[in-house]
Design a protein around this ligand. Structure first.
Ligand SMILES: Nc1ncnc2c1ncn2[C@@H]1O[C@H](COP(=O)(O)OP(=O)(O)O)[C@@H](O)[C@H]1O
Ligand SMILES: [Mg+2]
Length: 283
């Protein structure tokens, strides 16, 4: 096993961040206080199934800062997807608070929650959820077609081209989903989630249906959005290779955050240091 010191991976690329769990706000360079994008305070979630209930989350407190790439890892059934849904306003906690850009979203009405999701978040799931009859560029432009987005048609077209480059699908703009590989389809889903420049991209096992090469290409695209556009990302995965792209890994076990592994921003995404750290905490 590697010595602990070699695993304390300092950020090699400059970026402000805090690791103080008591104080979740970050001091911006000008001295002003920058709010985290998302905070969860003592969040619990209980699912009622007839007369039995499942405690999916048992008190989660965490924060994600602007520009940060955070991975949520944990075994199947540990509450990862539940937490991601609460962070993005797809569902409400049983108790506790979720604060999104300074605003408590735990008790939002359905219509306000829908607006928040549409305007401020981008979701990517294991299933690609593309519209089969639409081309790549039409699928990506869908959030603009739905409406509520600022800008002119020209701005939208420029942005669609930009995200197509970001996910490296130039030349495939007019293909339909069935004319793409699985990995390309998932990169369309990522581009569609990013096209509106959401405050946060929430991805739930996005590489779950992809082979090794396609997973790598997808993770590289997420990384570029983070590195080049300052995109904030929360990635749920049980795959150490995927989590190794993150700045910070939160480990969930049995509905609670059991560990935090700070990897720091770095261009090398080798999973070995993370795997060694996970081994140290018995995962
Ligand atoms: N809609 C639901 N209804 C009832 N139980 C659920 C629901 N969603 C998740 N659960 C349960 O909550 C627990 C956590 O699930 P989940 O958040 O999906 O875990 P993970 O994503 O880590 O696999 C599991 O026991 C799961 O069966
Ligand atoms: Mg899940």
């Amino acid at each position: 096993m590697q010595p602990r010191a070699s695993l304390a991976l300092a950020p090699t690329l400059a970026r402000p961040r805090t690791t103080d769990p008591e104080n979740t706000s970050t001091a911006a360079p000008d001295g002003a206080t920058m709010l985290p994008i998302i905070e969860a305070h003592e969040v619990t979630k209980r699912y009622q199934l007839g007369r039995t209930s499942v405690e999916a989350l048992r008190g989660v407190t965490m924060a994600v800062e602007a520009g940060e790439f955070v991975a949520l890892m944990g075994p199947s059934g540990s509450g990862k997807s539940t937490l991601l849904q609460l962070l993005g306003g797809l569902d409400r906690p049983t108790s506790g608070r979720v604060v999104f850009e300074g605003r408590d979203i735990s008790r939002l009405s359905d219509s306000k929650a829908t607006r928040l999701r549409r305007e401020r978040t981008g979701f990517v799931f294991q299933a690609f959820n593309l519209i089969p009859l639409l081309s790549v560029e039409e699928n990506i432009a869908l959030p603009f077609a739905i409406g509520g987005q600022p800008g002119t048609r020209r701005d939208w077209n420029d942005r669609v081209r930009q995200v197509i480059e970001l996910v490296e699908l130039q030349g495939k703009e007019r293909h339909r989903p069935d004319q793409l590989s699985q990995g390309e389809q998932q990169r369309v889903a990522v581009a569609r989630a990013l096209v509106t420049r959401p405050s946060v991209l929430l991805a739930d096992e996005p590489t779950g249906n992809l082979d090794y090469t396609n997973s790598g290409e997808l993770l590289d695209a997420l990384w570029r959005s983070c590195q080049e556009e300052g995109q904030t990302i929360v990635l749920v995965t049980h795959d150490a290779r995927a989590a190794a792209y993150a700045d910070r890994v939160l480990v969930i076990g049995d509905g609670r955050i059991s560990d935090e592994i700070v990897l720091g921003r770095r261009a090398d995404h080798s999973a070995a240091p993370l795997i060694a750290r996970l081994a140290q905490i018995g995962l």
